[in-house]
Design a protein around this ligand. Structure first.
Ligand SMILES: *Cc1c(COP(=O)(O)O)cnc(C)c1O
Length: 397
């Protein structure tokens, strides 16, 4: 249940939400900037970069990148070339790393974008090295070493073959060697130290002196995981990825949906598609203009289903609530494309059409919404859609 209660997004903010808006996503750019500064302080003398892939985790790279630049962030990580081209425009003098590396045949396009590919296979290194030679240049690149995640990254055997045939790397200006941790959210997991040991063996074989291992969770494992640069994404956006303590960041995102209608429902009636919920007693239901097309997972309604023939195949671990006027109200019935329904029978004062319902905010963290949706806060963020009105607070810096 929710203990702290405040449901006021702030009068000044509310005035920026058009009357006709069915919902609003509020992104606090000043908080993103202060979160970056807090993490920078935590990891100094290591550098704190910012991961802004996937449209800055759904929050709007076009706003987030300038805010972080103004705060002093000089290194950004994206996944794809399209994202890198956008980041290059938004942060003209920053270093921009592309985590997905060079998609086969795309080397020339990457070179033209003046961004740094993170290379994680021999064919990519060959393509980039050949381009370097053609251009009579030493193109910048990062090398991704696999230390046990078995996703992207050079295997130890590939590194061996690279260093025995040095010429490929001779043609490259390797600015960073990085690896990625599999279990850094769990400080007790033996894989953390194991991956660090492997990184310590493999990284020195490669030409760069700058190294990076930690993302949002890994940087909380302490100094031995910081190396020269840390790469947080989720924590910058207020996420708490690390299970072993509180990451020193503050929430960034709030999402409110508007009540469109209030209706009375008698026992025996059902609410929503597939008639999955029926009230025990006479109930008041508020219909909120927020649905899965706005990024609220349909899976949220699982826990409230009391009228299905067989129990839900994947039960929701946490009942789903929204917060309204400082109190909580359960989501009942199926979440549909544009609407969800909440039980407001016991709320005083009674909510009215036009009232805002908190879906993410001071009372409901992205992690709580993730758990109730059968997923993680990361997916809650990247799932936010652009139909709700967006309000950006501050300008970073
Ligand atoms: C996405 C990603 C990050 C950022 O992860 P967070 O958990 O959001 O901090 C860092 N490094 C790599 C390789 C990634 O793919």
């Amino acid at each position: 249940m929710i203990s702290t209660v405040h449901n006021d997004p702030g009068q000044a903010l509310l005035e920026r939400v058009p009357t006709h808006a069915t919902g609003v996503v509020i992104v606090n750019l000043d908080r993103i900037a202060s979160n970056w500064k807090a993490l920078s302080d935590l990891v100094r003398p290591a550098e704190c970069a910012a991961v802004v892939k996937a449209d800055a985790y759904g929050l709007g790279a076009e706003h987030v990148i300038p805010a972080l630049s103004a705060a002093g962030c000089a290194t950004f990580f994206v996944a794809t070339l399209d994202e890198a081209i956008q980041a290059r425009t938004l942060a003209p003098s920053a270093s921009i790393y592309m985590l997905d590396g060079i998609v086969k045949g795309a080397g020339e396009a990457v070179r033209e974008a003046r961004v740094i590919p993170v290379l994680s296979s021999l064919p990519e290194i060959e393509e980039w090295s050949a381009l370097s030679q053609t251009r009579n240049d030493r193109l910048e690149s990062a090398l991704h070493v696999d230390t046990g995640l078995n996703r992207l990254g050079l295997a130890a055997s590939e590194i061996q073959s690279l260093v025995t045939g040095q010429h490929l790397l001779d043609r490259l200006d390797v600015t960073l060697v990085l690896s990625h941790l599999a279990c850094a959210d769990d400080p007790g997991h033996p894989k953390n130290a194991l991956q660090r040991d492997i990184f310590n063996q493999l990284a020195p074989l490669l030409p760069s002196t700058a190294r990076s291992l930690a993302a949002s969770d890994g940087l909380m494992l302490g100094k031995p995981f910081h190396y020269d640069l840390v790469r947080p994404g989720y924590a910058l956006y207020g996420g708490q990825a690390f299970a072993g303590g509180t990451t020193p960041v503050e929430p960034v995102v709030a999402v409110y949906g508007k009540i469109l209608q209030i209706r009375d429902v008698a026992p025996g009636q059902t609410v929503g598609y597939s008639a999955t919920w029926t009230p025990q007693d006479a109930s008041r239901i508020a219909v909120v203009g927020a649905g899965y097309a706005d990024g609220l997972f349909r899976h949220l309604s699982r826990a409230s289903e009391n009228k299905v023939a067989s129990p839900p195949a994947i039960p929701s671990p946490t009942p789903a609530y929204v917060a309204i006027n400082g109190q909580t109200a359960p989501i009942v019935g199926r979440v549909s494309m544009d609407l969800l329904t909440i039980d407001v029978t016991n709320l005083q004062p009674a909510p009215e059409p036009g009232d805002l319902v908190e879906l993410i905010g001071p009372n409901l963290s992205i992690e709580a919404l993730g758990a109730a949706s059968g997923t993680i806060g990361y997916e809650v963020l990247t799932n936010l859609r652009h139909r709700f009105h967006r309000v950006y607070v501050g300008a970073g810096g």
